[in-house]
Design a protein around this ligand. Structure first.
Ligand SMILES: Nc1ncnc2c1ncn2[C@@H]1O[C@H](COP(=O)(O)OP(=O)(O)OP(=O)(O)O)[C@@H](O)[C@H]1O
Ligand SMILES: [Mg+2]
Length: 459
């Protein structure tokens, strides 16, 4: 993008020569000789920076600063003053000018001031965007567990930095891609592309040309030049998914690119500078891959600048029911259903299950149930067979005699179930010497569930 400069001076020759000079060194320019035409040009030309003389015939350049600023506060104004007129220069700055420059000046001098003004403008935009985005970092990511709260804090911090390379680690379906999207969407790169590259999905012999591009006639079949994905992502973010599958013989080239931030297309002679942030993801243990000589150690350290570890769903007990409810509401809406929730056995099952496919699996399970069921509450028998199959190990414990002697007349079913549960848990705890981990195992529930139940029964 070219920086647009509006030059305001009542002497047309000064306007013309400045315009020509600034155009030669890469700026886009326009000019005006009176206050009135200057304001009109401000509206139509939309300059980034205005360069104005202090005296415009009968008009006063100082008043013009305020008029321009009130039209668009984003525009930076620089005033041109005579050497002797420091007083008005100070006044101009008080009224909102960014800086002043003494006449006569060299083009090099004005370039420095113009670039500084533009940088200042960009910086203000950046801060504004960041402030706006603070709130919405992870709208689609649900989580209330302490581990996920930590992840959200990391996403927030990393969005503010637009360069550091990130390595997201976690089992399949834990939300690695979602985290990469959140970081990109909340960074200043959000209006530039987020290019997703799945390293295991591109045939090995095409990885190099896909990522780095090629020149015309670089190889048989290269009829015209092609930009690689890194070049296409310029200004934005590249998500390198399944990094563990990145071909060994290209890892040195990737490392060189990460270090120099320059790439050369296949068959090309010149280096092309590319400004991208890399976010990589893996569900493979890269440290082990390094030990097995399947992944370059230097590349591993270059990419693992900031690791984000996503915990498996079974370790986010506080989140399971929350995410289940979130998907239930989502699919209720999508399929026009009104399922109210889960019964307690279904909830217990979800809390106990080991979720090998993590959140993706939970999402698919709920989607399938919402489509298939006509009940208003989700029960254990609605779950897929593999989830129902996982038997609770209750045979291990015999029902205590005392429960068998309960008097039906004196006690409601609910109270009875409550009573049985309490006795059952107490018995399990006694049998395991009050070792909660062992007790939860024999009861076939998670430690978290056991803890909740112990609190409920005041055990
Ligand atoms: N915290 C979360 N809240 C809500 N939905 C989530 C959350 N984490 C992941 N998901 C959803 O779960 C699914 C899987 O997430 P994602 O594709 O990001 O996982 P992944 O770690 O990249 O998996 P893989 O390793 O298999 O590529 C997506 O539909 C995503 O929207
Ligand atoms: Mg993924």
């Amino acid at each position: 993008m070219k920086i647009k400069v509006l030059i305001i001076d009542d002497e047309i020759m000064i306007c013309k020569s400045l315009e020509a000079g600034l155009r030669d060194i890469g700026y886009e320019t326009a000019s005006a000789q009176t206050s009135e035409s200057a304001l009109k040009k401000t509206q139509s030309f939309k300059p980034h920076v205005v360069l104005t003389d202090m005296k415009l015939g009968n008009d006063n350049g100082i008043d013009l600063i305020e008029d321009i600023k009130s039209m668009d506060n984003e525009i930076e104004v620089i005033v041109m003053t005579a050497y002797s007129d420091i007083k008005s220069a100070v006044l101009a700055i008080k009224r909102g000018a960014f800086d002043y420059i003494n006449k006569p000046f060299e083009l090099d001098q004005i370039k420095i001031v113009l670039d500084r003004a533009f940088k200042n403008l960009k910086m203000r935009n950046k801060i504004f965007l960041l402030e706006q985005q603070k709130e919405c970092v992870t709208r689609d990511m649900i989580g209330n567990s302490s581990k996920m709260k930590e992840v959200f804090t990391q996403i927030n911090k990393l969005s503010k930095n637009d360069h550091a390379t990130i390595l997201i680690r976690g089992e399949t379906g834990t939300g690695k891609e979602l985290v990469a999207e959140a970081v990109h969407k909340n960074s200043i790169r959000k209006d530039s592309p987020l290019v997703k590259i799945n390293c295991s999905a591109i045939p090995e012999n095409l990885v190099e040309s896909e990522l780095f591009g090629f020149e015309k006639s670089a190889f048989t079949g290269a009829a015209s030049k092609k930009k690689g994905l890194f070049e296409i992502a310029d200004g934005g973010t590249v998500f390198l998914d399944e990094l563990g599958e990145f071909p060994m013989d290209l890892q040195a080239k990737l490392l060189r690119f990460l270090e120099e931030r320059k790439l050369r297309r296949i068959g090309g002679l010149e280096d092309i500078e590319v400004d991208i942030r890399i976010i990589a993801a893996t569900n493979k243990d890269l440290e082990q891959a390094v030990k097995n000589k399947e992944f370059r150690e230097d590349l591993y350290y270059r990419i693992n600048v900031i690791p984000i570890d996503l915990p498996p769903l079974r370790e986010r007990e506080n989140d399971i029911l929350l995410i289940a409810q979130f998907f239930l509401a989502k699919f209720n809406k999508a399929f026009n259903k009104t399922i109210k929730g889960f019964d307690t056995v279904a909830e217990a099952r979800m809390l106990d299950y080991h979720w090998p496919g993590n959140i993706r699996e939970l999402k698919n399970v709920i989607e399938r149930i919402v489509i298939l069921t006509d009940d208003d509450c989700i029960r254990l028998n609605n779950f897929p067979p593999e989830m129902q199959k996982h038997k609770l190990k209750k045979e291990i414990i015999k029902i205590p005699e005392e429960i068998k002697n309960v008097n039906f007349e004196e006690i409601s079913l609910e109270e009875k179930i409550d009573h049985i549960e309490k006795e059952y848990i107490t018995h399990a705890l006694e049998q395991t010497g009050w070792n909660q981990t062992k007790a939860s195992e024999v009861l076939g529930i998670s430690r978290f569930t056991l803890k909740r139940k112990m609190e409920k029964h005041q055990l």
